[in-house]
Write a protein that binds this ligand. Structure first.
Ligand code: ADP
Length: 203
């Protein structure tokens, strides 16, 4: 049973296409968990706003949105959800999907969030991820997935800027899961990790 004045969270980390969104959404539907996807938060902004256009200038090329802008938008959204009752920090564990994505963001988010475990969705076979993303571009109309050079850039950005987060948190609190398994097997591995470590709150 978790007790902390900080917001409790589990971080899902993995290359683009590794299944963070699918798994985050699924676990986030369970009572006691709340899924937060920075990509979804960005995509929900008014497309005509200056902020949304600024974000698109980075994401359409597969680059990261600057840390300060990212943190401001996500923390504002979290506070709004806590205020309107959609998210209850005392009862729900955040499933962070896509945030933090740099070591700097990790340091910033740790000021108000306690990351209790890092679930690393590992997929060494980059080509299968590229194929998944191309399919996602068709299924979900994600324009940033449609262009192969943008996809390749997103992998380089992941390797250079996001993967160092694994070292930042360390092996002690990291669970590595083979993301090339069937999604239901990945889900099983995630729920097994969370239950065996007691990473859920009493309802
Ligand atoms: P995926 O699930 O494919 O990894 P996301 O939906 O999480 O992609 O993110 C889409 C885009 O939004 C990213 O390519 C990036 O440009 C931007 N983005 C999302 N989260 C962050 C973040 N934490 N920091 C910087 N940029 C971000």
């Amino acid at each position: 049973m978790i007790q902390s004045s900080l917001k409790s969270a589990i971080l899902l980390i993995g290359a683009p296409g590794a299944g963070k969104g699918t798994q985050g959404e699924t676990v986030g539907h369970l009572p006691g968990f709340f899924h937060v996807s920075s990509g979804d938060i960005f995509r929900a902004l008014d497309k005509d706003s200056a902020l949304s256009k600024k974000i698109a200038s980075y994401s359409s090329a597969g680059n990261l949105v600057p840390d300060e802008t990212t943190m401001e938008i996500v923390s504002k959204q979290l506070n709004a959800w806590a205020e309107n009752g959609k998210y209850d920090p005392s009862k729900e564990i955040l499933i962070l999907d896509g945030i933090p994505r740099t070591v700097n963001q990790a340091n910033l988010i740790q000021e108000f969030v306690d990351i209790q475990n890092v679930i690393h969705l590992s997929c060494p076979d980059q080509e299968s991820l590229v194929a998944r993303m191309k399919k996602r571009a068709l299924d979900k109309g994600r324009s940033d997935d449609a262009d192969e050079s943008v996809i390749r850039n997103r992998f380089s950005v992941y390797e250079a800027e996001t993967k160092p987060i694994l070292e930042h948190f360390g092996e002690e609190i990291t669970t590595t899961i083979n993301a090339q398994q069937h999604p239901i097997q990945v889900l099983h591995a995630i729920t097994h990790a969370l239950t065996s470590k007691g990473l859920y709150k009493d309802l």
